[in-house]
Design a binder for this molecule. Structure first.
Ligand SMILES: [Ca+2]
Ligand SMILES: [Ca+2]
Ligand SMILES: [Ca+2]
Ligand SMILES: [Ca+2]
Length: 401
């Protein structure tokens, strides 16, 4: 209870003292407070991780992002002498630094980070962005060439800072971000590829791009019928036996006859020989052959197969008359010649081109006054055999007086 009293007693002097103290405080206390809060610590600079921020390739950066921290607030950064002012915050960022951005250059860079109090942290780093390497993969599975063009093409994509994506004629295909990647089996209609000129851009995760131009073609194999009698036996538009010559600049892969696949060694030139009913999928009647190149382009050919014709003999006519004379009264006999074994033979005789009714035997008797000199006498021999088409052979003689 004394203090308030004495305070009351000393109210006046205390007031003066108080003013004095205040006066001291006005000068000394703020000075002391400033000393207490003075920022002498330079900013902390750390590299941000994650593909979207920082890409390390072969020990250097393709791009780099920094996290900046200072309790006294970050003021600005100076990169290779180029100042970038930042809003004064405790936390700040300098993201996606690569050559050409914020004064960054290819090679060694110097980053100075200032806090509001003027403390500076200097950080040096090397930027060495390299665009992805794009190589064409070899092997029939991956790539087929057609002169300077490709019928299909596959690419190996590499980047020490990881491959991000490809853009083919403007169509984006995102890839898992890996150092090695692939773009396989590119042909017209796939991944945005088109017939003719194509542009492939390959991006790494730092945004570096390699551009490749290439041409695509899509030509099915050419299929021609071999006309040598050893290979092909035709009867009008139909074939007893048929052989094909196949060609494709991008290599012939296989043929499919009526759904039956025959794989061929992958060469530009190939053959499919001796197709007939029962061979390589061939059937009697209509057949469809599809020839494929190794890129999947195809050519379709239709053809008709018929049974083989019976092997015919060469018939001849003999007469029972002396010196084999062909005249009224003669008995003619056909010698049918040498036919296929087992062939069933039938006969028909003709007089001046008209079939003579009932004359279907091996012999013909020139009787009844109907065979004057000059009459043309023909015999047709027809041979039949299972699994064969009938063959017809004929021979002709002319009656004399
Ligand atoms: Ca790269
Ligand atoms: Ca990606
Ligand atoms: Ca082709
Ligand atoms: Ca093949």
């Amino acid at each position: 209870m004394e203090s308030p009293v004495s305070a009351r007693k000393l109210s006046k002097p205390l007031g003066a003292l108080s003013a004095l103290v205040m006066g001291v405080a006005m000068t000394a206390v703020p000075a002391a407070a400033h000393a207490e809060e003075a920022d002498t610590k330079a900013p902390i600079v750390t590299v941000k991780s994650g593909d979207s921020f920082t890409v390390v390739a072969n020990g250097d950066y393709e791009k780099v992002s920094f996290s900046l921290q200072d309790a006294g607030k970050i003021d600005k950064v100076v990169l290779n002498g180029v100042t970038k002012d930042l809003s004064n915050n405790i936390w700040s960022d300098l993201n996606h630094v690569k050559p050409g951005v914020f004064g960054a250059i290819h090679g060694e860079n110097t980053l100075e980070v200032y806090d509001v109090a003027g403390n500076v942290t200097t950080h040096t780093f090397v930027l060495n962005p390299q665009a992805p390497t794009v190589t064409v993969k070899e092997g029939d599975t991956f790539t087929a060439t057609d002169g300077a063009a490709y019928e299909k093409v596959s690419f190996k994509l590499t980047d020490a800072g990881k491959v991000d994506k490809v853009v083919l004629n403007g169509v984006v295909k995102d890839l898992a971000n890996d150092k090695w990647s692939d773009l396989n089996y590119v042909k017209p209609g796939v991944f945005g590829a088109v017939l003719g000129e194509n542009t492939l851009e390959v991006y790494d995760v730092a945004g570096n791009v390699t551009t490749v131009h290439f041409t695509l073609s899509a030509t099915g194999p050419s299929v021609t019928i071999k006309d040598n009698a050893t290979y092909t036996v035709a009867d009008g538009d139909a074939y007893e036996l048929i052989s094909f010559k196949l060609f494709d600049e991008g290599k012939v892969d296989r043929v499919v006859v009526n759904g039956v696949v025959k794989d061929l060694s992958n060469n530009k030139w190939s053959d499919l020989n001796y197709v007939k009913p029962g061979a390589f999928g061939g059937v009697l009647g209509e057949n469809t052959l599809v020839a494929y190149d190794i890129s999947g382009n195809s050519t379709t050919v239709n053809f008709t197969l018929v049974e083989p014709m019976v092997a015919a003999g060469t018939p001849s006519i003999t007469s029972h008359l002396p010196r084999g004379r062909i005249k009224q009264g003669a008995e003619l006999t056909v010698n049918e010649g040498d036919w296929a074994q087992g062939a069933q033979l039938t006969y028909q005789w003709f007089r001046d081109g008209e079939a003579v009714e009932g004359e279907t035997g091996q012999m013909l008797h020139l009787k009844g006054g109907r065979w004057p000199a000059g009459t043309v006498i023909t015999v047709e021999v027809t041979g039949s055999l299972d699994g064969h088409r009938p063959a017809v052979a004929s021979t002709t003689v002319v009656a004399t007086r």
